[in-house]
Design a protein around this ligand. Sequence first.
Ligand SMILES: C[S@@+](CC[C@H](N)C(=O)[O-])C[C@H]1O[C@@H](n2cnc3c(N)ncnc32)[C@H](O)[C@@H]1O
Length: 368
Amino acid sequence: MSVTARALALDALERIERDGAYANLLLPEMLSRTGLAPRDRNFATELVYGGTRMRRACDFLVDRFLTRDIEPRVRNALRLGAYQLHFLAMKPHAAVGETVEVAPKAARGLVNAVLRRVAEHPVIWPDDATRLSYPDWIVAALEADLGKEAAHAALAVMNEAPSVTERADGYVQDLASQWVATAVGAQDGDRVADLCAAPGGKATLLAATGAWVAAGDIRPGRVGLIRSNAPGLAVLTADAARPPFAPGCFDRVLIDAPCSGLGTLRRRPDARWRIDAAAPARLAAVQKQLVSAAVGLLRPGGTLVYAVCTLTDAEGRGIDEHLAATSPELEPLEPLGAPWERCGRGLRLLPQAADTDGMYLLRLRRRA
Ligand SMILES: C[S@@+](CC[C@H](N)C(=O)[O-])C[C@H]1O[C@@H](n2cnc3c(N)ncnc32)[C@H](O)[C@@H]1O
């Protein structure tokens, strides 16, 4: 018998949770081995991505009616059913009946009984983190840094499937990333360093201006990705904390730093369950090293651009405060307008502002 969308989704949910598989790598690979019609592929994708994002909320929905521990596959079948009932608002006869069919045989009575009760009982959420389905620490961190209202709006938008934007050259890249590359302001003939460049999304846009672009990354495997994406660049494997260039030799330096990624959670459904609460502080220490090293590469009048796809102050405003204290020779460039908003001397883009990833961007010029 051929696999159904729900059966495939149940296998995927289990492998994502049990084996730590990445949803956005695992699912395309699983789908490629089935003969599912496009409509069923889309449904399986919705179930796997949505069921993974809303794992905590779905657990709350079913735990109200469970009186004993259940094995992981049964729990994932219940999540699948609860997701269809609550978040896809599917009719109970379809959602319950078809989910029961893919559940382990011995637990089908239980799955049926629990899902029927989920369908019948309205929910009163115990707290915002359960309702929005994020770990407590992410909700607390964004509430503290963005304010409650903006944080909840950002978290809600990141529970939706992302829009897909394709550049004129066919490269698929979120609009926010394209805006960051444009904000570097590279001109024909400029010498530009993009020192955290893999897989090369922004470096290719920088090179399209006619600038000479050195694109580096610390991880050799990822440096190969830059080469295959952008044959015309000067590609190097290097630690941006110790860049192998003479002082003052660049017109522009982009540090698109490694970060906690809390602005891109909509495109990485399992990421919220992986990132640990210590990540923002740990990464901020690295980011400070990278920007400080980059300052030394700027010619007088040269521009430093720092960007991260996250929304924590530690990795945004905090990095600017570090630079303000350690590099008085830098002054801010004119701020950009909406959908960017001012954040200290830098800018923040909330995911709800323009249906993009969330970002922090800082543009500073070395005084001539
Ligand atoms: C946000 S990603 C860059 C995305 C890329 N700029 C683009 O637009 O396609 C951050 C990159 O920084 C790299 N990285 C992390 N630490 C680094 C370091 N110390 N020096 C250079 N690259 C580093 C990671 O390997 C990763 O590829």
